[in-house]
Write a protein that binds this ligand. Structure first.
Ligand code: GLC
Length: 434
């Protein structure tokens, strides 16, 4: 069974009813006295929904229970708005929710503590993720897959022009511009140098944090003070603004993950910033760039402070405290986050496991050679400041991506816009006391 959020995209986030109705409409019939019907929300990026459905079907076969799969909007920002509406109403319509790594602090009060249900499983997972999902001593979600931003490149094009994969942004800009110019002169008019996620939403926060941190800057310091108006953050955003309309299409300011992948996978970009899931799709049977793609760590910024940075992303499974079947729902989470399922998802969909030992599994590494090579990038990805600001994270991120988008669009110079952003964040900090 599958239902979807139907008209969500069309009705936007402000209007509750038309978005939630498809959910309310899902009747939760029981097939017999012993069998319950649960519902789980799954992402639908690339092959995500298919992998989720297959995992859920296995659990159904093992337990005899049924699960309704609800697909949610691809945009993390839209999905959060929707969850907030559903959870605030205390609705029992969603038992298991797929939540972003930056949301435990925002949503914790709506979820049960999974500790009694998961046994020793969390000990096998990256400790930083388990810590991330633990709020006030309660394990409010189980890490399902992890993410870090990486750089995809067209190995065939780089080779043809005698370039190595870039290690600095300066090299990337030069290689992208050179190949774009030369290839266009040869008739490939639609080719762009570099595509990424520039739409004003959570994905832009991830991209921009990578630029800023790769220069040695930050949004907030570890003690919570606001640092986003520093010279490094400014230089990083000015660099990215310089790409728009030169090596990146003007439309990049409305690209999300799938839009960037669409351009890259059809052979129309030299470089792409994206998450690991794009690997399995770029390598799939019908992909025009199959066998011509490489993956490396994102380039570093200039000078001594420059470093390679990927933003930590990833998704967790949580059980709603409004669920009528919390124990069954927790069992579904236990199964979906098990080594068996995580291995299958890694091999079929390039979803990075949260279980450390799977990075030594030969079959996982054969399907995703860059998992081994970039292990450090995954293990030490830079976190968004959700741990510092907790429930305020969405406000902070929203302010950051809006300011970044203005700078990229050239609406206001970087120093002025970042100054205004810093003031906004300082006011918020004074009110929220993070
Ligand atoms: C990916 C990441 C997630 C992030 C989102 C932004 O889904 O896993 O953590 O928030 O992209 O678009």
């Amino acid at each position: 069974m599958r239902s979807s959020w139907g008209s969500f995209g069309a009705c936007g986030v402000a209007l509750t009813l038309c978005c939630v109705m498809p959910l309310c409409g899902c009747s939760r019939e029981h097939t017999n006295a012993d069998s319950a019907t649960l519902s789980i929300s799954c992402g639908a990026l690339g092959v995500e929904l298919k992998l989720c459905t297959e995992g859920v079907r296995r659990w159904e076969q093992r337990t005899g229970h049924r699960v309704q799969i609800v697909s949610t909007p691809n945009s993390s920002t839209d999905r959060l708005a929707l969850y907030l509406q559903v959870l605030a109403s205390g609705s029992s319509d969603l038992d298991v929710l797929q939540i972003d790594v930056v949301w435990p602090g925002i949503l914790a009060s709506h979820f049960i503590d999974l500790t009694p249900y998961l046994g020793d499983a969390p000990r096998e997972m990256f400790p930083a993720l388990v810590e991330n999902d633990t709020v006030d001593g309660r394990l409010v979600a189980a890490p399902w897959f992890t993410d870090a931003g990486v750089l995809y490149y067209r190995a065939d094009l780089l080779k043809a022009y005698g370039f190595d994969p870039p290690t600095t942004w300066e090299e990337l800009t030069h290689e992208a511009q050179t190949i774009q110019d030369e290839e266009r002169a040869k008739g490939h008019q639609g080719l762009w140098g570099f595509v990424w996620q520039g739409k004003p939403y959570e994905g832009l926060t991830c991209n921009a944090l990578e630029w800023v941190a790769s220069f040695g800057g930050s949004i907030l310091a570890d003690d919570g003070s606001v640092t986003v108006d520093g010279p490094k953050a400014r230089a990083a955003l000015e660099m990215a603004a310089g790409w728009v309309g030169t090596i990146s299409p003007p439309g990049v300011l409305q690209y999300d993950e799938e839009a960037a992948r669409g351009v890259f996978q059809t052979g129309n970009a030299v470089f792409m910033r994206n998450w690991p899931y794009a690997w399995a799709l770029a390598q799939s049977g019908d992909s025009p760039v199959r066998g011509r793609v490489g993956v490396v760590a994102l380039p570093r910024g200039p000078g001594e402070a420059g470093r390679h940075v990927g933003t930590l992303g990833g998704w967790q499974l949580a059980v709603s405290r409004y669920s009528k079947h919390p124990e069954l729902a927790a069992d579904l989470v236990r199964f979906l986050t098990s080594p068996e399922e995580q291995k299958r998802r890694a091999i079929e969909g390039a979803y990075n496991p949260t279980i450390v030992s799977l990075y030594r599994d030969p079959e996982v590494l054969e399907a995703n050679p860059f998992f081994g090579k970039l292990f450090d990038a995954f293990a030490h990805a830079v976190a968004r400041p959700s741990g510092i600001v907790g429930p305020q994270y969405n406000r902070v991120s929203n302010a950051f991506w809006r300011a970044t988008h203005d700078v990229l669009a050239g609406t206001e110079p970087a120093d002025e816009r970042l100054g205004a952003l810093a003031q906004e964040l300082r006011r918020l900090r004074a009110r929220a006391r993070w």
